[in-house]
Ligand binder design. Sequence first.
Ligand SMILES: CC(C)(COP(=O)(O)OP(=O)(O)OC[C@H]1O[C@@H](n2cnc3c(N)ncnc32)[C@H](O)[C@@H]1OP(=O)(O)O)[C@@H](O)C(=O)NCCC(=O)NCCS
Length: 182
Amino acid sequence: MLTDVHLSSGGVLLRQIELGDCTHSYVSWLEDPEVNQYLETRWSEQTLESVQSFVQSQLDSENSVLFAIILADDGRHIGNIKLGPINEHHRHADVSYFIGDKTMWGKGIATKAINLVCRYGFSDMNLHRIEAGAYAKAIGSQRALEKNGFIKEAVFRQQVLTNIGYDDVYRYGLLADELKRI
Ligand SMILES: CC(C)(COP(=O)(O)OP(=O)(O)OC[C@H]1O[C@@H](n2cnc3c(N)ncnc32)[C@H](O)[C@@H]1OP(=O)(O)O)[C@@H](O)C(=O)NCCC(=O)NCCS
């Protein structure tokens, strides 16, 4: 889904990802076991070609938009956030994200990026509901969702296999009037 929308708040800028964002750093984030431990990308080898192919598939997609998370002060690409797939009948979509540059963890960036994407989804894309999943062990991800007003609605018991055994997955949901001001 092509869009030239730019979203920004508190030093965090989101713009649609470009093929030029597919760098060796991007590949190295996805190859880092600390970064990828809760990402499904860990199941396949990540290369420049596979990342480019994924980005192109998102640019071609009719029902999802992939944003690059950029630091506004130096223009550095540090992670991605995706809105989609979007269900056009029911007007709901998933949000998923990662901050690949570990030096930028714990600075409120994922919280802001989620807020920007949800605001855009509700106001510009006429979504009624936004959903997300988080492994039970992915505390940072859960906190970032909860700070935005997401409500934990379901537990899928032992749904995913991690390097230390099966883990539960929590499903979160958010309605427009529940989105917090960040
Ligand atoms: C999870 C992730 C997105 C969090 O991004 P972030 O920008 O560091 O998150 P924020 O700084 O917005 O933090 C949100 C809250 O979570 C807390 N938090 C962040 N990482 C945490 C961790 N590892 N353990 C416990 N709390 C954590 C923060 O302290 C903050 O809470 P607070 O304001 O009450 O202190 C990031 O660490 C990441 O991309 N990890 C690897 C990929 C991943 O797990 N993606 C999500 C898949 S579900």
